[in-house]
Design a protein around this ligand. Structure first.
Ligand code: ATP
Length: 328
């Protein structure tokens, strides 16, 4: 075995997501199970540079599995993007005798790990923690399921008022580059139209589709709009276009914003995060590095960081078809 691992550092980085606490808990307890020491690094790469470390034991992570956010806190660290910043980070790890890292975050977090590993030889394993589900090589990311449920329950409430007033509601959900959240939440909430960044429907077709809904007897419509959708400059611009081109409806906009990130993690996210946390330590003990541990067809897989962050998000065409058919 190339690496002799005795002490593991764990951090959360980028946007927080529900289930990150469950993942940290599993990393800590799996370390303890394997007689390894575990150190929590606060505020992601920022805390790595500042040496903001705290030893964790099995009891340090009690009462956490049910809490959203991340008790280690998260941050965006411009300094970690510099060679100098990463050098300080590495020296801090050496000084604290940390032999390996588990980083929980999104594609930016993995890009940071790649940059770090080009310069320093220390094993690093990543876990996908983001509500966007925009990481390659894993079917799900930690927090995605909880965010979906949050969005669907918000749209259920909006539907009540849309239906009572013959309104068209545009609901913006998170996803600058990936429409997974919008598409699944749209199907799950019975939305009439779903706008995603991967597929530009165009304003005219959008209005045509809403007109068809009206003709087919619908008195209100829900349009789920991904943040990164390109139909208009922004959701308010799309709303104005609809109002000007489709008479007989009031158009309202709801931007769900950060409520989508918070809240009690779903059971699915807790179990998923626990599986990944345990698997991260297994991967380190097998001598792996430079990989994300994810899930594919319900099997734990290791995916090189470079593949995990690769390319454009691919949308599930089967789900698009389901959305089209079930919204007539
Ligand atoms: P989310 O998907 O929720 O936004 P993320 O992990 O993609 O999460 P980012 O803010 O993009 O979040 O990245 C987290 C941190 O990773 C950055 O603040 C930065 O410190 C580090 N990082 C990102 N890209 C690089 C890079 N190319 N080189 C070095 N560090 C990077």
């Amino acid at each position: 075995m190339k690496y002799n691992i005795k002490k593991i550092g764990v951090l959360t980085s980028g946007g927080d997501s529900p289930g990150m606490n469950a993942a940290i808990r599993a990393v800590v307890r799996s370390s303890v199970y394997h007689n390894l020491e575990c150190v929590g690094i606060y505020r992601g790469y920022e805390g790595l540079i500042e040496g903001d470390f705290k030893a964790l034991n099995a009891r340090s992570v009690k009462n956490l599995i049910n809490r959203g956010g991340t008790f280690l806190k998260s941050a965006r660290s411009p300094e970690f993007r510099t060679k100098e910043g990463r050098k300080i980070a590495f020296n801090n790890l050496k000084e604290a005798e940390i032999d390996a890292l588990v980083v929980i975050g999104g594609d930016g977090t993995f890009s940071g790990a790649i940059a770090f590993l080009e310069e320093y030889d220390i094993p690093v394993i990543g876990l996908p923690g983001t509500i966007d589900n925009d990481i390659n090589g894993t079917d799900y990311t930690i927090g995605y399921d909880t965010a979906l449920n949050t969005v669907v329950s918000a749209i259920d409430k909006i539907r009540d008022t849309a239906h009572s007033h013959n309104r068209i509601f545009l609901v913006e959900v998170m996803g600058r580059d990936a429409g997974d959240l919008a598409l699944s939440a749209g199907i799950g909430s019975g939305a009439e139209v779903i706008l995603i960044p991967e597929q530009n429907m165009g304003r005219e077709r959008l209005v045509e589709s809403l007109k068809r809904n009206k003709k087919s007897g619908k008195t209100s419509s829900i349009v789920v709009v991904s943040e990164g959708d390109k139909v208009g400059k922004n959701i308010f611009d799309v709303a104005e276009y609809i109002e000007n081109n489709l008479k007989g409806y009031e158009v309202r906009v709801t931007v769900l914003g950060h409520v989508q990130r918070g809240g009690t993690p779903s059971c699915r996210d807790r179990v998923f995060a626990s599986r990944l946390g345990v698997s991260a330590i297994d991967a380190l003990l097998r001598g792996e590095t430079n990989v994300m541990v994810g899930i594919n067809n319900n099997k734990i897989v290791s995916v090189p960081f470079t593949d995990a962050i690769k390319g454009d998000n691919e949308i599930d065409t089967d789900l698009l078809r389901v959305a089209d058919i079930t919204s007539i």
